[in-house]
Structure formats: C-alpha cells, structure tokens
Design a protein around this ligand. Structure first.
Ligand SMILES: Nc1ncnc2c1ncn2[C@@H]1O[C@H](C[S@+](CC[C@H]([NH3+])C(=O)[O-])CC(=O)[O-])[C@@H](O)[C@H]1O
Length: 326
C-alpha cells in the first residue's frame, strides 16, 4: 500500500511547488503506515481488496452526494460484494457518497457545510488546494468538482484513508486528489505552495490554535486564501471558552473563541482581510446517527431539555466560516 501511495504522490508532486516535501515524505509515510500500524489495518485492507471491479460511466462531483454510476445495473452479487466491503469500513462520518446506487448516508451532511461556504470563497478553478483534516475526503472531491487543479488532504485517521481509497478506486486512481495520513504539524513549514487552504473542524482540536494558524499561513502562497471553519462562542473580543473537560462529549476540544477573538488571532498570525462569512448552529439534522455510523451523535451530546446547551452545560455547537488572505 505504501508503495502505491508513494508512487501516486511522487507523480503528482513533481513539477509543483511541493517538491521540497518529497525529501521527507517517504520516511513520514513509512513511519505512519509501517512503524505504527493500526490494529484494524489488515481488516480494512481486506475490505478494500474485496471491492468489486466496477467501471464508472458517470462521475458527479457537483451535487449533494459524491456519486459514481454505471449505465448497466449491477449484478446482485456485485451489489452485495460492494455493500459488504463498504460496510466493513464503518463508521462513515463525512459524506454522503453514492457508489453505483449504494447510498452511504454518513453521520454528517457535509454537503450542507459546502453549500454554506462555496459562494463566499475565490473560485477554485485551476487552484492547488490543501484540505487540512479532510476526513474521508468528501470535500476534496467537491473541490475537484469546483475546478481545483490538484487537491491534497492531510488527516491522521487511517480509517478515513481507507474510505478515501475505496471512493477513489471508483472515481479514478488518476485523479489529482491525494490523502496523506499525516497531521498538519507534519507538513513542512513555510511551503508557500497552495493557492487555497481549507481547515475545517480542526482548530478546536489543537492545543495551540495560534501555531495551527501559523502553519496554515506558511502553507499558502502570498495572496493565497484560507478557508477556516471552527466552533465559536457568542461573545465579545477577547472572550474564549476553554472546556474544563469534555465538550459535547468530545475529549480533545481546547479553545472556542468568539468571532472577534478569532479574527484577532488571524491578524496576529499574519492574515489580512479576515472576515466571518457564515455562522451556523449545528442541528441534529446535519449530524446524526445513521445506518453507516451507528454510534451516538449530536442529539445525544446536547442537553435533552435545552438544545442550546451541551450535556456538559456549555453553549451548543456554533460554527463560523472565516475567509482570509495570506
Ligand atoms: N492535527 C491535525 N492535522 C490534521 N487533521 C487533524 C488533526 N487533528 C485532527 N484532525 C482531523 O480533523 C478532522 C476533524 S472533523 C472535520 C472533517 C472535515 N474537514 C469537515 O469539516 O467536515 C471534525 C471533528 O471531528 O470534530 C478529523 O478527521 C481528524 O482526524
């Protein structure tokens, strides 16, 4: 697997501003995929290898579900094989996907987030894009559908890598979309390589949010665009919530700034013209338990008597999208 990943990437990265990364990338992938194996990796790889060989006649990356379809209906055997292999890669969190009529109803309606931001960002046509914390890669396919010339995602989850590889098998291995199972901290600093960098749902997971913003700034070329989406609180300049322990049952949540505080953090990290373009309270219609993600979801993390509060009594999830220039 590492050989395929690396060969694909090598081809994708020569001739681009990413070349400096090639010196360390092989070692980084080796460290993650070989030296620190995940206990479920063999099972997931088994599932990937059982995906039936199917040819996509149509690929749709521009509407709700990232969708591949064929003109001929699948045989019952192929449908079953497909469903079985995809099910073995549960839980599916970010989507939805529709692979030859198998609709993967993911925990999140990630298309809603996309719809909220797409009219506020610079057109992606011809742009080289980095998606930090890309999950299964759902938004990366939407970025390609919106005209990006190349999309690279980083996300440390090995399961999400497997889900991405399953989808890519059918959309096309030659597509200029790649997922690296790494953290943003592993991206060489000051690459100045990308025209647009997305960081969505990651900032609040970082113990040092300013360092995260500085890393994002360093990944962008001068004048490139940051699209940042994160949890915020209703509040004044200077206000920040740091949960005592969990937030909406998540253990790894550190800082939720007010919108004005977030804009200040961005200015102090070197960004210009930072602007909040959307604010949205997450509902249990957007994040919910489904057949493809059977664990608890948002409704179980909110106070049953007051949906404006989490079970910990903190303000319920409110998300802001900010666009800024490097
Ligand atoms: N340091 C890190 N570097 C890179 N990725 C990270 C890091 N820490 C966590 N992640 C990854 O960031 C993603 C955050 S989810 C947002 C997905 C998508 N962007 C979405 O907007 O729907 C939101 C949530 O789970 O709260 C997960 O896939 C992590 O593995």
């Amino acid at each position: 697997m590492i050989a395929t990943l690396y060969d694909d990437l090598f081809e994708a990265m020569v001739d681009t501003r990413l070349e400096p990364w090639l010196n360390t990338l092989r070692d980084q992938l080796h460290e993650v995929l070989i030296n620190t194996p995940h206990g479920d990796m063999t099972r997931w790889q088994g599932a990937l290898s059982k995906l039936p060989p199917l040819n996509a006649d149509t690929v749709d990356l521009e509407t709700r579900a990232v969708k591949v379809s064929s003109e001929e209906p699948l045989s019952d055997e192929a449908s079953q094989q497909l469903r079985y292999a995809l099910k073995a890669l549960c839980p599916w969190r970010k989507g939805p996907f529709d692979l030859f009529g198998e609709y993967i109803d993911t925990e999140w309606r990630s298309d809603w987030k996309w719809d909220r931001l797409i009219s506020h960002i610079s057109p992606l046509s011809g742009r080289q894009v980095l998606d930090v914390g890309c999950g299964s890669g759902y938004h990366m396919w939407r970025m390609l559908g919106a005209g990006a010339s190349r999309v690279l995602g980083v996300d440390p989850s090995r399961l999400f890598l497997m889900q991405f590889e399953a989808v890519k098998k059918y959309i096309g291995r030659d597509q200029p979309v790649h997922l690296l199972p790494l953290k943003m901290e592993d991206v060489p600093p000051r690459l100045r390589a990308f025209d647009t960098v997305f960081s969505m749902g990651v900032l609040y997971h970082r113990k040092s949010p300013i360092e995260h913003l500085q890393e994002l700034h360093g990944a962008l070329r001068a004048g490139g665009e940051l699209v940042l989406e994160t949890l915020v609180i209703d509040g004044e300049l200077g206000e920040v919530l740091m949960p005592e322990d969990r937030y909406a049952m998540m253990r790894n949540v550190w800082f939720l700034p007010s919108p004005d505080t977030l804009l200040l953090w961005l200015r102090r990290s070197g960004f210009r013209n930072a602007c909040v373009v959307d604010m949205n309270r997450t509902t249990a219609d957007e994040q919910r338990t489904t057949e493809w993600m059977g664990f608890n979801s948002l409704k179980d993390f909110l106070d049953p008597n007051d949906h404006l509060k989490t079970v910990e009594g903190l303000p319920a999830p409110l998300r802001a999208v900010v666009v800024a220039e490097a």
